[in-house]
Structure formats: structure tokens, C-alpha cells
Design a protein around this ligand. Structure first.
Ligand code: SF4
Length: 403
């Protein structure tokens, strides 16, 4: 694929969400590159995202929790300690079978994604090797919902995401929350409503981050002001971030705090929209933004000055690096002589040997942007000190236009 910036940049979003404002505030260019259309490479909206193992595992666990919860509800089963849970899981085909099916469903979403070409089978195998972790982590998250309490069968209920019905007492997953007034929306993983409690719970399969607290507060704000799902404006009494290691309680927003919060969100939205008015918007080069940026291969500023800025920090041996190179000699379809154009920690015009796992037909003069490459120091010794840059399992190789 040739990395090209969009010909028409994304227009201002009508609706704001937690992820949208996070992107814009971190780097307006990132939001713009991710949200523009690329009809030359695919027909869907936005730039295709790469396959990331941790994200895929998180998606599978989220869906597994949702499906099992619904099946428990139908069967009146209230925990994994309940003997009927065996029948429920058997009905679903067993943990192993359901994980496989959900994995297939998740990967189908990537089937037209040009960044996943030739990778889906490999990724599926990796996910299948992690089946026991997925199963165990799902059990942990679900068992915390029940906490050993027996919840009456009639208490369970479910709601489809598009539903506009008011939620009554029950347990609901993947609830779309909307604030029409300030045009914000978000999807809460789980809401539990009982006579005494209104809990919003978010499942997280990664490490704890400060932004997770903010995300949950936004959901509780949206819940309070969602006139359709919560017409009585009942505030959330409990906010929980459910990590694999532990649940974290977040103080719920009172009604008066929510009103202040609303004004803050309105102001943040206004500021965010100003940041993306320019075309293209500002590129905010910071290591914590760029290292996790899904579209850095498209970002001119990153390759022209960002790599040098980020490269000033010491990198641990064997860390993955991004590097732009020009091919100057061909050993074979998987091995080339090249010189560096830009890199985090190799000076410009350094001769290197480029080794890739896939076969290519690069010719002399070809310029490439390479993501997530590895410098192998043992190989460097073997080659009389010349650096060898190898592709890793998650490398991406982009041909520069006109090269
Ligand atoms: S590479 Fe960095 S500066 Fe460029 S869009 Fe991504 S986050 Fe922003």
C-alpha cells in the first residue's frame, strides 16, 4: 500500500464521544487522518485499523461476557457456581466453541481491511492459543457481576443498542447513551438497575489508565441526561471499572457535579472543534501519541521531524522501531541493501541490510516507510558491524509514492 494523505479531509463531527475527544485533544491530525475517507484503498469510512492482538482479545472477551450474560438471563442462572450454568454453557456449545465462533465474527470485520491481508489466519491461531486465558478472564469479569449474590431471574433484562425504550430494573449490556442537547453519545458496557442501586460498569482487559475513570464519568453523565433510557433522570449510584485483576470504584457524579461537568464538556467540545478546523489540523508530535498512532505512516510531520524528536530518548535493546529507507541494492526478494532516510535511533544515510519475511520485488531507488522493525544486534556482529533491520510479526511495509 502507498501511504497517501486523504484528498478530502474529514469534516467536523456532528456528534462527540469519549474516543473522538481523546483523539482530537491528543493530536488533531491523528483524528483527521483516522476519520477521513480513502476510496483508493477501501470503501468503508475512515482509515483501516491494524490488527492488534490485545484489542482483538478485548473484543472477544467483551462479546463473550455479553452473550453469556444474556444466556444466563434466559435460563435464570445466576452464577458459575449455579449448577444450571453447566447446561447454559453446554447449550452455547461450550466455552471453547463459543470463543472460536466469536473470534471468527470479530475477524470477519477485518476481512476487507487492506492492513489485514494475509494475516487473519496467523492472528486466529494466536487467539486460539490464548483460549484458556480468554475463558478464565471472562469468568472473572462475570463472577464479579454476581459477587455471589443471587439475583432474581425476573430482574434480568436486555436491550438492543438501537432501542429507545426506558430501562426498567434489570441488567443491560452494550447500552447506547445519548445526550441530544450537547450531541454526545457513548456505549456503556453494562448497566444494572435495582430498587436500591444504579450501577454502570465498564470492562477493561488492559492495564489501568487514568482515562478509564474519565470515560466512566462521561457515561454516568450521559446516562443521567438520556431522556429516553432514563426519563426519570435517576443518577448512577455506583461506577465500576472492572479490570481482570480487580474492580475499581469510581465516585459517582452527583446531579450538581453533573451540571458542572456538562458545562466543562460543552467547553471541551468547542475547543476540540476549533483544533480540527484547519486543513490539515495540527500534528502534535509526542512519543505517547505517535508510538500508538495507527496512521503514523501517513503523517508527513512524523517522518520529517517526529522520528528525530522521539529518537532523542534512549530505547531499550530489541525495541521495535520505525524507519524510512531507500533501497540501494538487491540480494533477493527478501534481502536488500538500503540507506536510512529517517529513523528513531539510526543516523540518516546509514547503510543497513533490510531483511523482510514476505517476498517483494523492490528495485534500486525504491523508498519505504517501515513500521515496527527490529534491529538484531547479533546479526549486526555477524555482518561485520553493518546493521541488519528485520521485519517483526507486526511490521508493516509501505512503498513511498513516486519512488
Ligand atoms: S504520527 Fe504523531 S503527529 Fe502524526 S498523526 Fe500520529 S500522533 Fe499525530
Amino acid at each position: 500500500m502507498v501511504p497517501r494523505e486523504p484528498t478530502v479531509w474529514a469534516s467536523l463531527p456532528d456528534w462527540m464521544s469519549f474516543s473522538t475527544i481523546q483523539w482530537i485533544e491528543a493530536c488533531p491530525r491523528y483524528w483527521a487522518l483516522m476519520s477521513s475517507d480513502y476510496p483508493d484503498i477501501w470503501s468503508k469510512h475512515g482509515y483501516p485499523v491494524p490488527l492488534i492482538q490485545s484489542t482483538l482479545i478485548g473484543k472477544v472477551i467483551h462479546r463473550l461476557v455479553e452473550i453469556i450474560l444474556k444466556e444466563f438471563q434466559i435460563s435464570g442462572c445466576t452464577s458459575f457456581d449455579d449448577s444450571s450454568s453447566i447446561d447454559v454453557m453446554r447449550k452455547l456449545g461450550g466455552f471453547s466453541r463459543i470463543i472460536e465462533k466469536i473470534t471468527d465474527d470479530v475477524l470477519i470485520e477485518y476481512s476487507n481491511n487492506p492492513r489485514s491481508v494475509g494475516k487473519l489466519n496467523v492472528v486466529k491461531k494466536i487467539l486460539m492459543d490464548r483460549k484458556s486465558d480468554i475463558r478464565e478472564n471472562t469468568r472473572i469479569l462475570l463472577s464479579r457481576i454476581f459477587e455471589g449474590k443471587q439475583i432474581a431471574t425476573k430482574c434480568f433484562s436486555s436491550v438492543s443498542q438501537g432501542s429507545t425504550l426506558a430501562l426498567r430494573n434489570g441488567v443491560f449490556s452494550e447500552v447506547l447513551l445519548v445526550n441530544e442537547e450537547i450531541k454526545w453519545k457513548g456505549v456503556a458496557d453494562f448497566i444494572k438497575l435495582t430498587q436500591d442501586e444504579c450501577e454502570i460498569r465498564d470492562f477493561k482487559t488492559g492495564k489501568p489508565k487514568q482515562k478509564h475513570i474519565e470515560q466512566l464519568k462521561i457515561y454516568s453523565f450521559l446516562w443521567l441526561y438520556d431522556k429516553q433510557k432514563n426519563p426519570s433522570a435517576r443518577p448512577a449510584s455506583k461506577l465500576t471499572i472492572s479490570y481482570i485483576d480487580a474492580d475499581i470504584d469510581v465516585p459517582p457524579l452527583s446531579v450538581s457535579e453533573a451540571n458542572v461537568y456538562k458545562d466543562q464538556l460543552i467547553e471541551r467540545t468547542r475547543q476540540a472543534k476549533i483544533k480540527i478546523t484547519d486543513c490539515p489540523p495540527e500534528a502534535n508530535i509526542e512519543e505517547e501519541n505517535c508510538c500508538h498512532c495507527f496512521v503514523r505512516h501517513l503523517c508527513t510531520n512524523y517522518w520529517e521531524s517526529g522520528l528525530q524528536k522521539i529518537g532523542k530518548k534512549e530505547k531499550p535493546d530489541n525495541s521495535l522501531i520505525d524507519i524510512a529507507v531507500k533501497i540501494v541494492g538487491v540480494h533477493g526478494s527478501r534481502s536488500y541493501d538500503a540507506v536510512t532516510i529517517a529513523s528513531t535511533n539510526i543516523p540518516q544515510n546509514t547503510p543497513i541490510i533490510l531483511r523482510v519475511t514476505e517476498k517483494f520485488n523492490f528495485i534500486r531507488g525504491t523508498c519505504l516507510r517501515l513500521l515496527n522493525m527490529r534491529i538484531n544486534r547479533v546479526d549486526a556482529d555477524e555482518s561485520n558491524g553493518q546493521l541488519i533491520v528485520n521485519s517483526s510479526k507486526i511490521s508493516e511495509i509501505y512503498l513511498m509514492p513516486n519512488s
